[in-house]
Ligand binder design. Structure first.
Ligand code: ZN
Length: 532
């Protein structure tokens, strides 16, 4: 979710229509007000964080900490919100434009300067958060000594800052700036070769597209360096993972060890094409989880590859963009009629963001669930002949967690052995796979110090995910019912794509420059629409 907030900053800057700004404050007041707002946010949360960290020994520290963390979430949301205020009311774009020429505004340079204040504030919040993070880490050291786990000193502020910079800002910012750079080069090339006719958008759109596709394809090579990784060394675990990929016929460039200073237990997959595809496993995950569970987490990542989730995400984003360009611009014209020119942009932006968060949240939770189901059924097919004898530790441990989850579960339908064997699909979630995945998920939560019930926008809570796969294991039929549901979801996305293409083609485009936002022609488009 943090990355979505940062993405919103870049999108707000690039898509902002300058004619929509309402410079309510005079120039000399606007800039100090805009920057001062961010400074106030960072300083006040910073002081609060330091006061909170001092109370680490207090009996109600966790309550105090929870209040502080909620405030920090609000502060993070406030950053793009204040950026919107800066653009809309304080004329931040005009301030930047006074420092450089207008054509440079959407170039790499303009994007960097334009988004610098909110990004600096974002980094400032790490300074605010650091003392409590450190206090918490120091406190958990005691528990780790008790549990006989390897100890790591809490990271210094410099390391903490750098790892956040890599993960939150550079991870998204570098590919994004490369896309903008590619676009800049394309437009420049078009101009020098005189390919671009007056008022034609072809070069503009083509250079965005080519540049975006190029960066998407090569992103893994960039990101493996941004994230601080190295190839996972040869070991029994590595051989086991390689063997799993061979069995499932999944090709990739490499499996990478993701160095997070033992801060994060996480796994990820990136890359559209096998030659540029990497699967990442973080240091903390490898250190704190048994091999069977690492394999289950790894299989979850393979699930994302098998079901081509990355391509579906792209299709999904294209659908959303088409809806914005087609029905969205139609709606924009009506909003102008009802609310006047100035209210249209914020209302539309708010609606776009809400729609994006709702739909994206829904789809990504289903994709995560599908990857879970894939992992559980893959692990199921790996069940050793005599499970109880080979890995009693896993099953014993999970049954403790399982008892809790089973309590809220509807009773499994009674099936005779005969019907089960008839209904069994070639691959399904059985008790062994479900239990192994559930125990791996639970340990991911423990390793990362997050409550099992904590909700995540893109993943759902760990508890829900554990409950779901264990629910499936009661009856093989449930797995095929889930597959059936997912097929309908994909059909729905394709349907939405066809519908939005049709809607885009049918709604008369009052101005081709509408979609490119800040094109000078767009300025005239708005009044002419409201006159109709
Ligand atoms: Zn996942």
């Amino acid at each position: 979710v943090t990355r979505i907030l940062i993405l919103i900053l870049f999108i707000l800057w690039l898509a902002w229509d300058p004619s929509q700004s309402m410079a309510a404050a005079p120039f000399w007041l606007a800039m100090p007000l805009f920057l001062g707002g961010y400074l106030l946010l960072v300083v006040s949360t910073g002081i609060w964080g330091r006061l909170t960290a001092r109370r680490v020994a207090a009996w109600n520290f966790h309550q105090t900490l929870r209040r502080f963390n909620i405030t920090m979430d609000v502060a993070r949301i406030a950053i793009p919100a204040w950026f919107g205020v800066g653009l809309y009311l304080l004329g931040w774009r005009a301030i930047v434009a006074s420092m450089m020429s207008e054509p440079l505004m959407n170039s790499v340079l303009g994007v960097i300067v334009g988004t610098l204040p909110p990004l600096a504030a974002w980094m400032g919040l790490w300074w605010s958060q650091y003392p409590t993070e450190r206090a918490l880490r120091e406190q958990s050291l005691l528990g780790m000594i008790d549990a006989n786990l390897p100890l790591h000193a809490p990271p210094s502020f410099g390391r903490y800052f750098m790892s956040n910079l890599r993960l939150q800002i550079l991870f998204l910012g570098i590919p994004l700036l490369l896309i903008v750079l590619g676009h800049d080069i394309g437009v420049l090339l078009g101009r020098t070769l005189n390919l671009q006719e007056e008022g034609s958008n072809v070069m503009e759109v083509a250079s965005w597209l080519i540049s975006a596709i190029g960066v998407f394809v090569f992103a893994p090579e960039i990101l493996r360096r941004v994230l601080h990784t190295e190839p996972l060394r040869d070991s029994p675990l590595r051989q086991r993972l390689d063997a799993l990929c061979q069995r499932t016929r999944i090709r990739y460039r490499d499996i990478l060890l993701w160095k997070t200073d033992n801060n994060m237990g996480n796994a990820a997959v990136m890359g559209f094409v096998p030659r540029l595809r990497y699967i990442l496993l973080s240091d903390l995950l490898l250190e704190r989880m048994p091999d069977e569970e690492i394999e289950a987490v790894f299989a979850h990542e393979l699930g994302h590859i098998v079901h081509r989730h990355m391509i579906w995400y792209v299709v999904f984003v294209v659908v959303l963009a088409l809806i914005n360009a087609g029905p969205g611009s139609w709606l924009a014209a009506h909003l102008t009629r009802w609310f006047g020119t100035h209210a249209q942009e914020p209302v539309l932006a708010a609606m776009m963001i809400a729609k994006f968060l709702l739909l994206f949240g829904f789809v990504s939770r289903k994709f995560e669930r599908q990857a879970d189901v894939y992992a559980a059924r893959t692990m199921q097919s790996r069940q050793p002949p005599n499970t109880a004898a080979t890995c009693p530790s896993i099953l014993a441990e999970v049954s403790a967690a399982g008892d809790v989850t089973h309590a809220n579960m509807p009773p499994a339908p009674a099936l005779s052995v005969a019907t089960v064997s008839e209904q069994v699909s070639p691959s399904f979630v059985g008790p062994y796979g479900a239990t192994l995945l559930a125990s791996a998920l639970r340990r991911v939560a423990i390793v990362n110090n997050i409550p099992i019930a904590a909700r995540s926008w893109c993943h759902g809570s760990i508890a829900t995910r554990m409950q779901y796969v264990q629910g499936l294991s009661h009856d093989p039929e449930l797995t095929s019912r889930f597959d059936y549901f997912m097929r309908w979801l994909y059909a729905g996305i394709i349907g939405a794509l066809l519908l939005s293409v049709t809607a885009f083609a049918m709604i008369p485009q009052s101005d081709p420059a509408q979609s490119s936002g800040d094109h000078p022609q767009a300025i005239q488009a708005v009044p002419s629409m409201s006159a109709n």
